[in-house]
Design a protein around this ligand. Structure first.
Ligand code: ADP
Length: 163
């Protein structure tokens, strides 16, 4: 019924339940979500871009409406190359707003045909972030309520099972 393709860009280092929720809810409005994993060579991520893509792919493997790609460079170029004109972002708290509004305005300046859509986080995910997961997981903190099972296993492999 809905055919529009939307681009969901981010670091996804790693994928959290917050991201998963945004993708799921976007699919009730849009026909296809392209998860665009930012490959930023100037940053040292916990999971490489390839690992992040593999984890997201594994989580969404049953759903043909979700495609996973990496990108570097300008997001609006990636959006155009993927024959879309919609960027999807999530908003957790008012503290996200400032940065997100700047990004949306910059992207609109770069390409006025591209629109940014925002979905607010679910209450139970409003504190969930990849960076929080990365702060807790190395010390054996239980992040199983914050990330999909496949990511939980990858974190355990990275940091060991010892508690
Ligand atoms: P970035 O470095 O681009 O912010 P992230 O992977 O941290 O990449 O986030 C990607 C997108 O997902 C952002 O729009 C962010 O606001 C959104 N997001 C992250 N965590 C949540 C959450 N818990 N609930 C809703 N949206 C979220």
């Amino acid at each position: 019924m809905f055919t529009k393709r939307v681009i969901f860009p981010g670091s996804f280092d790693p994928l959290t339940n917050g991201h998963v929720d945004i993708v799921g809810r976007a699919l009730s409005v849009f026909g296809e979500v392209v998860v665009a994993v930012l490959n930023n060579p100037s940053k040292t991520p916990l999971f490489s871009a390839e690992e992040r893509v593999a984890l997201i792919q594994e989580h969404f493997q049953e759903d043909s409406r979700v495609r996973i790609e990496t990108f570097s460079g300008l997001l609006v170029d990636f959006v155009r190359e993927n024959k879309s004109n919609i960027i999807l972002r999530g908003l957790r708290a008012i503290s996200d707003f400032d940065y997100e509004a700047q990004m949306a305005l910059m992207n609109r300046t770069l390409d006025p045909s591209v629109e940014t859509f925002f979905l607010t986080a679910r209450e139970e995910n409003s504190y969930v972030s990849s960076s929080l997961v990365k702060q807790v997981a190395p010390f054996g903190g239980d992040v199983s309520k914050l990330v999909p099972a496949v990511v939980g296993r990858a974190l355990q492999e990275k940091f060991g099972r010892s508690r």
